[in-house]
Design a binder for this molecule. Structure first.
Ligand code: GLA
Length: 426
């Protein structure tokens, strides 16, 4: 392991390599755009985004729960109330999971004035919002710029202001706005003209942003259009607080890890108020093993990704609860510096990722280092970084909760198949 980082002056890190394969940014997302296209938008060079003022929402990556990954089209008012109760009783709310987000399939018909109604699964959205708020939680909802949502329910096309106003009256705090059938509108209005289609897409997202602003109610605005047109480059300009960078996640290791690893190179587009979103957590879903759940949670924390749990809280095991609520891992994700981590390098299936932390006070951790093993057999690795001139650093193993004291280039650890060792260092 031969990458080292030295602190030259406060907060200034220099990284150099000696034969270690540095590949941060080399792998794009599944669209193949993340690394290569990250510096250009329609031929114009872009700079990393910086917040001009303190964000009113999403100063750190949003945390909460969303109905889609487990309940999908079956979600009901009762599921949301049960989830709200359990977010409180399990300690998840106090660990930071405050948004309770209803995904697709809540939508009913519009009334004579065009006002959107919730369907029979959600008899009274305002009462539900009041209930969720009474638990010290916030409520999120879902719509599409198209006439239909991805599950074929009523979208917001032509009703953007009216819908935003309705959400505000209900007490909604978060909107996920999913492209879905608007892709068809784009194609119909600008056949065979991709740049013109993308322009329509950006305008549609901007339109709902303006509609939300007009309500005067703060809402987290979550763009969902699967990373098209390098959304990380323009998401903040249409009011996005987070934007999906990929297609849908599913509860298996290959899909989860492909999405997570594909975020390499996108770090400079994230920051307070505007985050890359590699999709919601599958921790506790499907047949993900303990080590796979730990890897998933670690990778998302290293990415400063929104932590939106997607499991069925009524059946949450103590193991899954302890993974989702590991305070030190959440602190890495939520670190006030707001820097997304990036891949430093790889040796076969072993990948080392690095995330700078605020750590500006004496004794605070300055960085998190995760060594992932995406391979099918256990691997042995050292740590490629030396924070001090003498090539040592003080480290703590986060998942085992063990202080390691001073470690140097001789330090080695065994990483299980599909597992990870996560360190914080100073
Ligand atoms: C799309 C989104 C998912 C989910 C479904 C709902 O596939 O990417 O996250 O919201 O729509 O229909």
């Amino acid at each position: 392991m031969r990458v080292r980082v030295r602190i030259l002056t406060a907060g200034c890190l220099v990284l150099w390599t000696m034969g270690y394969v540095v590949m941060a940014g080399a792998q794009g997302t599944e669209t193949g755009k993340a690394g290569a296209a990250a510096t250009k938008i329609h031929g114009v060079a872009t700079r990393p985004l910086t917040a001009t003022s303190a964000p009113t929402v999403a100063a750190t990556p949003p945390m909460g729960w969303n109905s889609w990954n487990f309940f999908a089209g079956k979600v009901t008012d009762k599921d949301i109330r049960d989830t709200a109760d359990l977010l409180v009783s399990t300690g998840m709310r106090d660990a930071g999971y405050v948004y309770v987000n209803i995904d697709d399939t809540w939508e009913g018909k519009r009334d004579a004035e065009g006002r959107i109604q919730s369907n029979e699964k959600f008899p009274d959205m305002k009462a539900l919002a009041d209930y969720v708020h009474s638990k010290g939680l916030k409520l999120g909802i879902y719509s599409s710029p198209g006439a239909k949502t991805c599950a074929g329910y009523e979208g917001s096309l032509g009703h953007e202001e009216q819908d935003a106003q309705t959400y505000a009256e209900w007490g909604i705090d978060y909107l996920k706005y999913d492209l879905c059938s608007y892709g068809g509108v784009m194609k119909a209005q600008a056949p065979d003209d991709l740049p013109a289609q993308y322009k329509l897409m950006r305008e549609a997202y901007e339109k709902m942003h303006q509609a939300i602003v007009k309500t005067g109610r703060p809402m987290v605005y979550s763009l969902c259009q699967y990373g098209w047109d390098s959304v990380w480059e323009w998401g903040p300009s249409v009011g996005g607080n987070l934007w999906r960078t990929t297609g849908d996640i599913s509860a298996n290791f290959d899909r989860m890890s492909t999405i997570g690893r594909g975020q390499a190179g996108l770090d400079r587009f994230a920051g307070p108020g505007h985050w890359n979103d590699p999709d919601m957590l599958e921790v506790g879903n499907g047949r993900l093993t303990h080590d796979e759940n730990v890897t998933h949670m670690t990778l998302w924390a290293m990415l400063a990704a929104p932590l939106i749990a997607g499991n069925n809280l009524t059946q949450m095991t103590p193991d899954v609860a302890s993974i989702l609520m590991n305070k030190e891992v959440i602190a890495i994700d939520q670190d006030a510096l707001g820097r997304q981590g990036d891949r430093l390098g790889a040796e076969g299936p072993l990948e080392t990722w690095w995330k700078p932390l605020k750590g500006d006070r004496k004794g605070e951790w300055k960085a998190a280092i995760a060594i992932f093993n995406f391979g099918d057999t256990a691997g042995v690795s050292g740590v490629p970084l030396g924070l001090d001139r003498d090539g040592t650093m003080i480290a703590r193993d986060v998942w085992s909760g063990k202080d390691l004291g001073k470690i140097d280039s001789n330090w080695r650890t065994t990483i299980p198949r599909h597992g990870v060792v996560l360190l914080v260092v100073r």
